[in-house]
Design a protein around this ligand. Structure first.
Ligand code: HEM
Ligand SMILES: *[C@@H]1O[C@H](CO)[C@@H](O)[C@H](O)[C@H]1NC(C)=O
Ligand SMILES: *[C@@H]1O[C@H](CO)[C@@H](O)[C@H](O)[C@H]1NC(C)=O
Ligand SMILES: *[C@@H]1O[C@H](CO)[C@@H](O)[C@H](O)[C@H]1NC(C)=O
Ligand SMILES: *[C@@H]1O[C@H](CO)[C@@H](O)[C@H](O)[C@H]1NC(C)=O
Ligand SMILES: *[C@@H]1O[C@H](CO)[C@@H](O)[C@H](O)[C@H]1NC(C)=O
Length: 332
């Protein structure tokens, strides 16, 4: 039994190596470009495997689609889309301010990767798992069905200080946020469109209660926050430890739609960095786009897919750079 089992494993390993070589070949032919058919020869079932796991996870908790979308974003802004956010360890990006007690979905990624390793060992990168999981998180929330580009390989290091410096924060002025996007090759349109990712998901009180009163008053401190939303947020956050969560898109928390932008038009953004795209002195370059996307849902959904592809193209490792991790939490 033992012997037969290891023989059949060897056959599988050989097949996987040949298939991995095909993938490498595809990457070389494409001269380091990502492609939408990267796994068609070597793991044609990859997308279905990811979709099934994301779908199951979202049936258990609709929010998981949002959490997976955010993981891809937080991966791409630090050393490019290289799966670095998934690495465990003392220099882990998971321990950086923007991710600590905040980034979630790692167990879902592990489950997807385990399925992929069974079906096509050593073939599908963790960075691509994140890109695919984000795509299906968006799609299964009702968002656009964009062609995700694939063929990324996995980085060898996490970069905690990079995560602390590159990721935008909710208290950053809009000008700083625009600069952080520009630093990774994304422009002001991308800032507004991709902020629309906040059409799904949740934010913790600790990240927006600066906008509320001191909790003994009913009015908001922040004049760009709708007063009835402020009251309900105060009630939510009052007396808590800051970990209670509110919908980023009040009114349609789990639906991927343009309601996020309509909220900004009526001062119902949750984070300062959301409302700041429309209100206040820093909104010059972004305000008209918020109005456009608030009025035109098709335009938002279409542009969102385009900007996601652009974000997914931040410094990908291709060809023979990096590796295909077996376990997303550790280098091989
Ligand atoms: C523009 C600058 C951005 C800032 C300042 C920002 C900030 C935040 C903050 C503070 C949270 C809540 C975290 C927590 O409660 O622990 C959050 C959640 C989220 N962000 Fe962003 N974000 C930005 C851009 C983006 C982009 C570009 C995307 C994706 C395209 C995105 C997707 C999400 C999602 C989906 C959630 C909810 C996650 C969940 O419910 O688990 N954000 N963001
Ligand atoms: C970490 O990220 C910062 C900011 O992007 C970058 O300057 C630095 O080179 C990165 N360090 C490593 C070890 O990748
Ligand atoms: C941002 O880049 C896209 C193409 O990726 C372009 O269509 C758009 O006009 C640019 N926006 C700005 C404000 O430069
Ligand atoms: C809280 O807000 C109320 C009403 O604005 C104000 O009278 C009170 O002094 C504030 N308390 C503190 C501790 O800031
Ligand atoms: C939130 O939860 C985390 C993890 O359980 C805990 O460490 C933290 O102290 C809590 N409070 C705040 C304000 O983050
Ligand atoms: C924003 O608009 C104001 C008034 O129209 C103008 O004075 C200012 O230079 C603009 N700022 C930016 C960053 O475009």
């Amino acid at each position: 039994m033992e012997h037969n089992y290891s023989c059949s494993r060897d056959v599988n390993c050989l097949a996987a190596l040949l298939l991995a070589a095909l993938c490498l070949g595809a990457a070389v032919v494409a001269r380091g470009q990502l492609t939408d058919d990267f796994y068609d020869d070597c793991c044609p079932q990859a997308e279905d495997i990811v979709k099934a796991r994301v779908s199951a996870a979202m049936k258990a908790e609709a929010r998981m689609g949002a959490s997976l979308l955010r993981l891809h974003f937080h991966d791409c802004f630090v050393n490019g889309c290289d799966g670095s956010i998934l690495l465990d360890g003392s220099n882990s990006e998971k321990l950086a301010g923007p991710n600590l007690n905040s980034a979630r979905g790692f167990e879902v990624v592990d489950a997807i990767k385990a399925d992929l390793e069974k079906a096509c060992p050593g073939v599908v990168s963790c960075a691509d798992v994140l890109a695919l999981a984000a795509k299906y998180g968006v799609l299964l929330s009702g968002g656009p069905d964009y062609d995700v580009l694939l063929g990324r390989r996995d980085g060898l290091v996490a970069n905690q200080s990079g995560a602390n410096s590159n990721l935008p924060g909710p208290f950053d002025p809009i000008s700083d946020i625009i600069k952080k996007f520009r630093d990774v090759g994304l422009n002001t349109t991308d800032v507004v469109v991709l902020s629309g990712g906040h059409t799904i998901g949740r934010g913790r009180c600790t990240l927006f209660s600066n906008r509320l009163s001191n909790f003994s008053a009913t009015s908001s401190v922040d004049p760009t926050l709708d007063s009835s939303l402020a009251s309900s947020l105060q009630a939510l956050c009052r007396g808590g430890d800051g970990n209670q969560t509110a919908a980023l898109d009040a009114g349609s928390a789990d639906a991927f739609d343009n309601h996020y932008f309509q909220n900004l038009l009526s001062q119902k953004g949750l984070l300062s960095s959301d409302q700041g795209l429309f209100s206040g002195a820093g909104a010059n370059a972004t305000k008209a786009l918020v109005q456009l996307y608030g009025a035109n849902s098709e335009r938002f959904l279409c542009d969102f897919g385009r900007s996601m592809v652009k974000m997914g193209n931040i410094l990908p490792l291709t060809g023979s750079a990096g590796q295909i991790r077996k376990n997303c939490r550790a280098v091989n």
